[in-house]
Design a protein around this ligand. Structure first.
Ligand code: DLZ
Length: 156
């Protein structure tokens, strides 16, 4: 559990890539369950879908521009293949989402698995290495609450 106070007023947007859907569905489910377990209101959780991880950048940009969300959680799974495509997608989505983090006040959470094979992905979406969707949700809650720290009087 994240010790973040009440979060039922906060709006969370999940942008989910449907490429490698078995994996991203498990990440999405873990993420939503963790948001709800920490007190988020189901009506304040929006889930939108994009084709692949590359499109997470545009999806997150649109969420930031067209909604009043308090955090955008990007979920994807990039699995290495036989070509350099993996490197290009990983590099592109990492840089693209980092640029959003650096330029936008609303937090953008990186819930993208970048793995060598399907087993490594399965290990991280509910397997031996936990569920990175859960971690993305916890991170989103903490970051969405950060804004209040700048508005409250200091303890001194
Ligand atoms: C094309 C492609 C490939 C080869 N692999 C993945 C992947 O492992 N994970 C993922 O999320 N998306 C992949 N894509 C799709 C790209 O992200 C993108 O949707 C297409 O290149 C179209 O822009």
């Amino acid at each position: 559990m994240v010790n973040a106070g009440s979060i039922d007023h906060l709006h969370f947007t999940l942008v989910v890539a449907t490429w490698n859907r078995e994996v991203t569905l498990a990440l999405e489910t873990g993420c939503v369950e963790t948001l709800l377990a920490n007190g988020a209101s189901r009506k304040n959780i929006t889930v939108v879908y994009v084709p692949g991880s590359w499109e997470l950048i545009s999806g997150a940009t649109q969420a930031l521009r067209y909604s009043d969300t308090h955090a955008v959680i990007c979920i994807g799974a990039v699995i290495r293949g036989d070509t350099p495509h993996f490197e290009y997608i990983c590099q592109g989505v990492t840089v693209g989402l980092a640029q959003l983090c650096a330029t936008q006040a609303v937090p953008v959470i990186f819930g993208v698995l970048t793995v060598d094979n399907l087993q490594q992905a399965l290990d991280r979406c509910g397997g031996i290495h936990g569920n990175k969707g859960d971690e993305a949700a916890s991170t989103a809650i903490q970051m969405a609450m950060l804004k209040t720290a700048f508005k409250e009087p200091s303890a001194e």
